[in-house]
Design a protein around this ligand. Structure first.
Ligand code: GLV
Ligand code: MN
Ligand code: MN
Length: 417
């Protein structure tokens, strides 16, 4: 039985249980909890398995039908009156960065579950089925392709590419899925989704600075990842004269400085980061013979992002030539800038408006599974503030009230489309 409000629009007066949402987030954050109050649940680690198991248990307790696809993506379905209709889906990810926070990803999954629980409490029937998705390896921290679960679902990446990704120890994503018991049997994607919504903390400072509760996300900036290997020559740190060295770390340090310069040269909007570097052999008295590094470049405009990539390649070639180093330069990932579906964006804005939450339009600086889903379904996102704009950090923090507000908007958007 649908709950009606005085305006006659079904569901407009429904509110989620903010206390229950908060408790679920805290219970989930106990899995892989770190000393500084964050979480470490790297994709397909034992902690990721535990987090998945808890989510699946909660879904089953809520009467949802759980399925797992070959990429390990988990779907929990609440039937609608018309089983022929494609589902309205909410989702995000349960994996985290090594020094991650409690809310990045987990919030979107728990908010989707809270929507289901709320509708169950009210005996509220929807026309279309609803689903909550937990996507595999969104972070790209362990396996070097962010959002790979949703990318394969959306047909952006091949299944074999996803399953074949390797972590730095040479473990494949497919083997690790099987090891933790989440190599499912359902086909990956190839089915219609009526609409997809993702609730997420902003991970930046804008909502807090503007004192708005809800970010109505219009799109996501583009992202390119590069892997660079510089090879020089290992040699003794004592007897080897300075002029005859081929120091791979010295070359890498010139690239680090160039990456930072490229970011500054393409402001406003550009971000440029070296977040991963491996120095070989990493010994105190050996001149480094090899360095492996990952570069993350972002910009909302494709042409500028392309120019940043070209500048990186030029700077890398110059650093290698100057240091007598061999250069291996490869782009390993590209997520183009995304513009979300106007009707889904409007549904988010209306949900915020009607609930009386302050809101503003915003572009996402971070990548999300919603970027991939936007390829195959009308998609929108809801942001809520996080303290000091800090994320990918154990101190990541958001208020229960803001998380509740974002979940209420998610509920309204899901019912509106
Ligand atoms: C996802 O966490 C990203 O790197 O944007
Ligand atoms: Mn995330
Ligand atoms: Mn993240």
């Amino acid at each position: 039985m649908a709950t009606e409000n005085p305006s006659g629009q079904p569901g407009r007066n429904i509110r989620i249980d903010g206390g229950r949402l908060w408790q679920s987030l805290m219970d989930l954050a106990a899995i892989g909890a770190t000393a500084k109050g964050g979480v470490c649940r790297l994709a397909l680690s034992d902690e990721d398995r535990e987090g998945r198991d808890l989510f699946v248990r909660w879904c089953e307790e809520a009467g949802l039908a759980v399925s797992v696809d070959v990429m390990g993506n988990i779907f929990a379905r609440r039937p609608g009156r018309n089983p022929e209709l494609p589902p309205v889906m909410a989702g995000s990810h349960l994996d985290s960065q090594p020094t991650g926070g409690k809310f990045d990803g987990a919030y979107g999954v728990m908010a989707g579950l809270e929507v289901m629980r709320t509708l169950n409490d009210l005996g509220y029937e929807t026309e279309a089925p609803l689903e909550v998705a937990a996507w595999t390896n969104e972070e790209g921290s362990r396996f070097p392709a962010p959002m790979i679960g949703s990318a394969v679902f959306a047909g952006i990446s091949e299944l074999a590419e996803g399953l074949g990704l390797q972590d730095l120890d040479g473990n494949s994503l497919g083997d690790e899925l099987a090891r933790i018991g989440y190599a499912g049997e359902a086909a990956v994607g190839g089915r219609q989704v009526a609409a997809y919504f993702e609730a997420h903390i902003e991970q930046g400072p804008i909502l807090e600075a503007e004192q708005r509760v809800i970010g109505v996300v219009g799109g996501v900036q583009g992202l390119r990842w590069y892997e660079i290997t510089l090879t020089g020559q290992e040699a003794h740190a004592g007897p080897t004269p300075m002029p005859s060295r081929r120091d791979a770390l010295l070359g890498a340090s010139h690239i680090v400085a160039a990456v930072n310069r490229i970011g500054h040269e393409h402001l406003p909007g550009a971000c440029a980061t070296v977040g991963l570097m491996q120095v070989h052999p990493n010994s105190r008295n050996v001149i480094p013979g090899r360095v492996f590094m990952n570069i993350d470049l972002r910009h909302p405009e494709t042409e500028i992002l392309d120019a940043m990539g070209a500048a990186l390649q030029t700077a890398s070639e110059a650093a290698a030539a100057e240091g007598g180093l061999e250069l291996d330069f490869a782009e390993i990932h590209h997520s183009p800038a995304v513009v979300f579906d106007p009707a889904c964006v409007a549904a988010v804005r209306n949900g915020a408006e009607e609930a009386g939450y302050s809101h503003m339009d915003i572009v996402s600086g971070a990548g999300h599974d919603a970027c991939c889903m936007a390829e195959v379904a009308p998609t929108g996102m809801i942001f809520v503030p996080c303290a000091d704009g800090i994320s990918h950090n154990e101190e990541e923090s958001a208020t229960a009230a803001d998380l509740e507000a974002g979940c209420n908007v998610l509920l309204q958007a899901m019912l509106a489309v």
